[in-house]
Design a binder for this molecule. Structure first.
Ligand SMILES: [Zn+2]
Length: 485
């Protein structure tokens, strides 16, 4: 007797969407690099137009967007092409937060109702919120794969090939970066991912022993940790990290406008360093090609704009403003004109020497909501980076502390920059003055520098191999007490 085998009724991942349709739409890394990546600008624009129209249809069926667009007096027929995108109101993480509070736990932003099972399988990632509960972003199976294809393309263009070994010292947690890197390497490149987790999961010494044993030739990590790896390699293993013959490092350089951080990393590791820009809701937003002449937007998957921080109006080439993203492969939730309040500027619309017409932006220039207004001058804590790194005696770690002081009965906001000095720095002679002068040149306002010992900012600024991003601003003013000490 043959057994009658019933069909599964489970939401099996492999059946969740049409894989061929996905890779036709978002081409695989090597195919993409030979085609869309090299298309002339008008052909790229045409593709964006098609995808934008589809994205708008999804948006009009989503209660969060529908409400906001109707409130702005818009009808579907008002938005016909990308030229009309500026009519759509942007939104920020505050609007997402409101949506979640009104409709917990995911918000009408996600438009999934209560029937999670019918939309399964889902993956949840979150913002790295410093206080309270983190903000969720769901991925359906298609978006989860699409973002990995996009990340894999960036690594391919940078030179990753089958048989390479990528070490990823980031914990695959509710933060997206570790997962994204793992999936890009494993699912779409034939690169062996070594998911060692952060320094808390696998000690720095062990990370290096693993790298030497298993032939790691690429790393994806934060600059602070890559510097630490090189130091520990020398101090504890008695070896030069350059012996690893690393192909490239993939990292997040931040506002490294004078390239000092890149130069430092490239000298320590003896290989190219590629900057990347991304966020939990948009995944890989921009990346560097081997030319390292700006970060290319991934034009066929995400449409990026730069808008004035005050007026919200688009700004011109070279002008700094908030980055606004529209993602073409996301519909749970859609991401349409999301103002990330990350500062950026477009450097060029021209064809890059790599052959691509994809627009290029400068490094990520800091958070506009981390801006501090001091005596009428806007200060972005991340703008301290080049200054702090300008003297080799510092560890490169710093934190800005803003306090309200009362001078002769008048309250006044003051900022100090606490800067770590290397253990082996020798004399501190002239260091404070040199840093104060450089920061004044860079920020346009006099700021007091406080020199602290190597490692002293670990707890306060979340540095030294700890999980998550370093904290660069501690605002102790009464009304702005978002980061209590
Ligand atoms: Zn290029």
């Amino acid at each position: 007797m043959e057994e009658a085998v019933p069909r599964t009724t489970l939401p099996i991942y492999r059946h969740a969407f049409d894989w061929d349709e996905l890779t036709n739409e978002f081409r695989l890394p090597d195919v993409f690099e030979k085609t869309v990546y090299r298309w002339p600008a008008d052909q790229v624009r045409k593709l964006q137009e098609e995808r934008f129209r589809k994205t708008m249809q999804v948006g009009w069926n989503n209660p969060f967007y529908q409400r906001r667009w109707r409130a702005a007096g818009l009808e579907p027929s008002d938005i016909r092409s990308l030229d009309d995108i500026v009519k759509l109101p942007t939104y920020t993480s505050d609007d997402v937060k409101d949506s979640i509070e009104a409709n917990p736990p995911f918000g009408d932003f996600h438009n999934i109702g209560t029937d999670l099972a019918s939309r399964a399988p889902l993956k949840m990632q979150t913002s790295g919120g410093t206080t309270g509960l983190p903000r969720p972003t769901l991925f359906d199976a298609r978006a989860w794969e699409a973002q990995a294809i996009v990340a894999a393309r960036t690594l391919y263009i940078q030179g990753a090939r089958p048989g390479d070994v990528m070490q990823i010292p980031m914990t695959a947690s509710l933060a997206n970066a570790g997962w994204l890197s793992y999936k890009a390497c494993h699912d779409f490149l034939g690169v062996l991912p070594l998911t060692t987790g952060s320094g808390l999961v696998t000690s720095t010494r062990q990370q290096l022993e693993i790298a030497f044993r298993f032939g790691t030739n690429m790393w994806h990590s934060f600059p602070e940790y890559l510097i630490r790896l090189a130091q520990v390699c020398k101090d504890e293993l008695g070896r030069d990290v350059r012996e690893l013959k690393t192909k490239f490092l993939r990292t997040f350089l931040g506002p490294d406008v004078d390239n000092s951080l890149r130069r430092e990393l490239e000298a320590l590791w003896g290989c190219p360093v590629y900057d990347g820009y991304g966020a939990n809701e948009i995944s890989a937003g921009a990346f560097e090609c081997p030319e390292r002449a700006g970060l290319h937007f991934m034009e066929d998957s995400t449409y990026m704009e730069v808008v004035d921080t005050e007026t919200g109006k688009p700004v011109g080439i070279g002008e700094t403003g908030n980055l606004v993203a529209t993602v073409f492969y996301r519909d749970l939730p859609p991401v349409i004109r999301y103002n990330m309040r990350d500062l950026g500027r477009v450097l060029s619309h021209e064809r890059c020497a790599c052959g691509s017409h994809f627009r290029r932006m400068d490094h990520f220039l800091g958070r506009s909501d981390a801006m501090v207004k001091l005596r009428g001058v806007n200060i972005y804590p991340m703008a301290c980076l080049p200054g702090v790194k300008s003297d080799a005696r510092t560890t490169g770690e710093w934190v800005c502390i803003v306090e309200r002081v009362t001078v002769s009965g008048v309250p006044r906001d003051e900022m100090q920059v606490h800067v770590e000095v290397r253990r082996d720095a020798g004399s501190r002679e002239g260091l404070q003055e040199a840093l104060e002068k450089r920061l004044k040149d860079d920020l346009g306002i006099a700021i007091q520098v406080v020199l602290v010992d190597d490692g002293a900012l670990g707890e306060l600024a979340n540095t030294g191999g700890r999980e998550g991003k370093p904290r660069r601003l501690i605002d102790r003013r009464p009304a702005f007490n978002r980061n209590p000490p």
